[in-house]
Design a protein around this ligand. Structure first.
Ligand code: NAP
Ligand code: ZN
Ligand code: ZN
Length: 349
């Protein structure tokens, strides 16, 4: 076993503190990855706070991982030592169900194995994420990081990137689509960049007016301050597609009214539930749907799309010792737009 330094929350809402985990020597089909950077997703905050329930503690969060392969099992054919790779939100799945066969492993009917706060396929070995110096992953659940994307700016693509790319593609956002992104955080800023790169006309709907200039710099065509209730009348029936990335409880009904006839509101943010009225759905045959990250094939497609369109996350790199302050700042919305941990600051022991 490989003694591996990490940061963990020992119980619900506990601060993140230095911790030690054991990673195994890679099995025949597995690789060992030395982690360089790991992004901080709002899902990490939700799970450390156990807002989704069934939290497994101690918890080592982190599912926006980039690093270098340092060892490989003897059946590993896809990768070689020295390859620069990424790991996202899941590290395994059943491989046999319809979802897995369709390359949508995130929807595995037996349950995908999430990178942390979950158990391996054996049902008893807890998974630990990227707030650690290394990770062992089956070769089929590893992504290639294309040359040309700085590694710290690539890390957030593994969750924020794919979570926004997948619904944009699935719902056919294209040249000229009237698209809105609600919430300009880690996911939201990636959604703006990706939708812009796909040729869409992009509006940002934000409750933080100080983000206006930043939104336009990211590629948004306009910025709508949602603290002004009037905007929900001014922009009624305007959008083909709205991607809602908000991490806090809010009213979906008002946003549905901004969709044209047959338009689609996709929820990716996962706050506490809030009431839904059938009326705005019925009056205009609008659709309300959800989306969960993306499969391995599509994640690779997204990484390659980012490389060819010069898209990467805007990040603030922090030493791991500042994790708890970073969580507080993230909850306050004080980050442009993703914190990424420099894992070199975690003593490799
Ligand atoms: P984030 O960086 O904190 O961004 C969330 C944004 O929501 C904020 O920047 C803010 O944007 C807006 N917001 C926050 N509090 C608000 C409030 N009280 N009222 C209105 N707007 C508010 O979080 P993230 O990492 O992008 O994650 C966003 C959500 O997606 C989280 O719930 C996360 O768990 C979820 N998620 C889902 C998936 C999936 O597969 N479905 C994957 C990853 C993450 P403005 O300041 O611009 O209003
Ligand atoms: Zn995430
Ligand atoms: Zn499956």
């Amino acid at each position: 076993m490989l003694k591996t330094p990490a940061y963990a929350a020992n119980s619900t809402k506990a601060p993140l503190v230095p911790f030690s985990i054991e990673r195994r020597e890679p099995r025949a089909h597995e690789v060992l990855i030395d982690i360089h950077y790991c992004g901080i997703c709002h899902s990490d905050v939700h799970q450390v706070s156990d807002e989704w329930g069934r939290g497994i503690f101690p918890m080592v969060p982190g599912h926006e991982i980039v690093g270098t392969i340092t060892r490989a099992g003897d059946k590993v054919a896809k990768w070689k030592i020295g390859d620069t790779v990424g790991v996202g939100c899941f590290v395994d799945s059943c491989r046999e169900c319809a979802a897995c066969k369709d390359g949508e492993e995130q929807f595995c009917e037996q349950g995908a194995t999430f990178t942390y706060n979950n158990y391996e396929r054996d049902g008893k070995t807890p998974t630990y994420g990227g707030y650690s110096t290394r990770i062992v992953v089956n070769q089929d659940y590893v992504l290639r990081i294309p040359d040309g994307i700085p590694l710290e700016r690539a890390a957030p693509l593994l969750c924020a990137g794919i979570t926004t790319y997948s619904p944009l593609r699935h719902y056919g956002v294209h040249e000229g689509s009237r698209t809105a992104v609600v919430g300009l955080g880690g996911l939201g800023h990636m959604a703006v960049k990706l939708a812009h790169a796909m040729g869409a006309h992009v509006s940002v709907l934000s409750h933080s007016p100080e983000k206006r200039q930043g939104a336009l710099r990211l590629g948004a065509d306009d910025f709508i301050d949602t603290r002004d209730a009037e905007v929900f009348t001014q922009h009624v029936k305007r959008f083909d597609f709205i991607l809602d990335t908000v991490s806090a409880q809010h009213d979906y009904n008002t946003y549905l009214g901004l969709l044209r006839r047959g338009g689609t509101l996709v929820l990716v943010g996962l706050p506490k539930p809030s009431p839904l009225s059938p009326r705005p759905l019925i009056m205009g045959r609008r659709q309300l749907v959800g989306s969960l990250i993306g499969g391995i094939r599509e994640t690779q497609e997204m990484l390659d799309f980012c490389a060819s369109h010069n898209v990467a996350a805007d990040v603030e790199v922090i030493p791991i010792q500042q994790l708890n302050q970073a969580y507080e700042r993230l909850v306050r919305g004080d980050v442009r737009y993703r914190f990424v941990i420099d894992i070199a600051t975690l003593n490799r022991g």
